[in-house]
Design a protein around this ligand. Sequence first.
Ligand code: ZN
Ligand code: ZN
Length: 157
Amino acid sequence: MKTIALPLTGQCQCGALCYSLDAPPFMIYACHCAVCQKQTGSAFVVSATTPENAFSFTASEPSRVTWTSDSGTERYGLFCGACGSRIVNGQTPTIGFYSLRAGTLDDTSWVRPAGHIWMRSAQPWFRPDAEDVLCEQQPTDYSPFIERFATFQTFAE
Ligand SMILES: [Zn+2]
Ligand SMILES: [Zn+2]
């Protein structure tokens, strides 16, 4: 099994906005909510839950968009102003982590969701892995996702 070394690096589609991540994600999951479908124009987002203080932009500065979520929290997205690629979403006041768009990583070979949230609005053709953690809406407890992600042993102890 291949172990992934830190830091992780990534960039937007045009390459102007680059980032580095010095700590492993807590977990990776796919979100099938209507907002994620709209933001990506796709069926779901593959999100890496990333410690905010381990994440930094290393080239260029991101553009910012804000909105209020259905649950009333103030959310924002950081994206490349040149090509429009979304890199992370965060929350104000901060909750200590970003939702990093895992597809923007330079090496996505190890990226694998531990589960799926907002299955209620998932596209009807979508079929999760039999072992994946499934949640109809927003989970109140992410520990099953964190535990399953740890079993993938992507990062060294
Ligand atoms: Zn760009
Ligand atoms: Zn979502």
